[in-house]
Ligand binder design. Structure first.
Ligand code: ZN
Length: 225
């Protein structure tokens, strides 16, 4: 999609999810504040939003919300912005000499759309062909979860998962397919509750038709949400 003009009008993007480079756009001073300092600032910001909406922050049910949301943003749903939380990349020698494709499918994925800050819920399917190095199976789930815990666009998330596994496994032969629902589409705006979005990234041998077909046959994409 082409956006006319000079991006001065943020609303020009509207509800469309435009593509962006594979790195999460971060400011150079992103880590100058401690996580606790971030929580304290965001707590006041959330309080301000709620007060502006006319909510009574003295109400027992509401008064804890700003602190709860701030902690959740920094430590949980956007915790994957913190490089210290990246899963460590311990790998093993492939002593079984298993040279076929390994597929980890139906990895549950919770992320957040960076255009609306609403949830993305779906499944990721990841595959690689070892060139001598293997990772623990749960490491693949952890890598998916780490990159999902950021404000995201699904295309970038798919690429980030593949790039990270390529680097950990020291091979180009990595693939990822994600099928996910975006609540910004399903619960508001066009309110299409049935639609979901499929993205894929195929590296190395997975660019070849037969290898790609084998992977897609294993995952038999028919996601149950
Ligand atoms: Zn959105």
């Amino acid at each position: 999609m082409k956006i006319d003009g000079d991006f001065n009008d943020i609303d020009a993007i509207g509800d469309d999810h435009i593509g962006s480079p594979s790195d999460t756009p971060m400011r150079s001073d992103a880590f100058e504040l401690s996580n606790q300092e971030k929580v304290d600032i965001i707590k006041d910001d959330v309080k301000h939003i709620m007060e502006t909406l006319g909510l009574d922050l003295d109400d027992d049910s509401l008064k804890g919300t700003p602190n709860r949301v701030a902690k959740m943003f920094v430590n949980e749903i956007f915790g994957g912005l913190d490089p210290d939380k990246k899963p460590n990349a311990s790998t093993f020698a492939n002593k079984y000499k298993y040279g076929e494709m390994l597929v980890e499918k139906n990895i549950t994925l919770y992320s957040t759309c960076e255009h609306h800050l609403l949830p993305i819920v779906g499944k990721a399917h990841v595959a690689y062909i070892s060139n001598g190095t293997v990772v623990g199976l749960s490491k693949m789930n952890r890598i998916v979860d780490y990159f999902a815990k950021r404000p995201q666009v699904q295309e970038r998330l798919t690429i980030q998962i593949v790039k990270e596994l390529q680097s950990v496994l020291n091979t180009e032969d990595v693939a990822c397919v994600i099928d996910a629902k975006h609540l910004c589409v399903n619960s508001r705006g066009i309110r299409d509750i049935e639609s979901s979005t499929v993205t894929s990234e195929f590296g190395g041998k997975f660019k070849e038709k037969e290898t790609r077909r084998e992977f897609l046959d294993y995952i038999q994409l028919d996601t149950q949400f």
